[in-house]
Design a protein around this ligand. Sequence first.
Ligand code: SF4
Length: 224
Amino acid sequence: MGWSTVKLYFMIGLPGETMEDVMGIKELAYKVKDKFFNRPKEEIKGNLKINTSASCFVPKPFTPFQWVAQDSMDDFYEKAKTLQGSIKDKKVFFSYHEPKLSYLEAVFARGDRRLSKALMKAWEIGCRFDGWYDVFDFDKWMGAFKETGTDPDFFARRKREISEVLPWDFIDVGVNKEYLIREYEKAMEAVTTPDCRQQCFNCGVNHKLIGGACPHVQNNKQVQ
Ligand code: SF4
């Protein structure tokens, strides 16, 4: 259709990831380039630009990975920089989300009330608009953690046992914990779950919360 700019988004740092997986980002971008040029010359228009970017995985509550430790910032930098350094093609560009921001996201995503002191301290010492790179000051955040005796690694980089009571366990989002545990265990064995419109996997969705029966199951039959 004449488009010559493509954006490809990825995530690095997912549990079980290998360096081969990370380098797969480059391989896919190169394949897109080959597709573009492996056409009759008269069809090739525009100056091809493939923008690839990667965000750093942040484990979140109410997901099958709510128990995992986040990759270390060193791991993120190493993966991202190795990939960036390996891309020699002038048509392919690679950028990545700042690991320091992703680390803070991971701290607060699975935080609890103990973090409120650090949050207040960070505000008092001037942390504002942290999503803006020109004002984001990671050192100030680390200072706030230190001053309040808070260990950010405890929240971001710690693997939780399944038996641990999680700060958000009292909230009912509809899907039950047993389902998340099953999905977590399957993911660790690289087993995928098909689209549940084909087959129900009993996620335990709370029918009261969604105002009736699961929209995918009517009269005990799966619907598309
Ligand atoms: S079909 Fe409904 S109840 Fe079954 S897994 Fe999907 S969302 Fe959950």
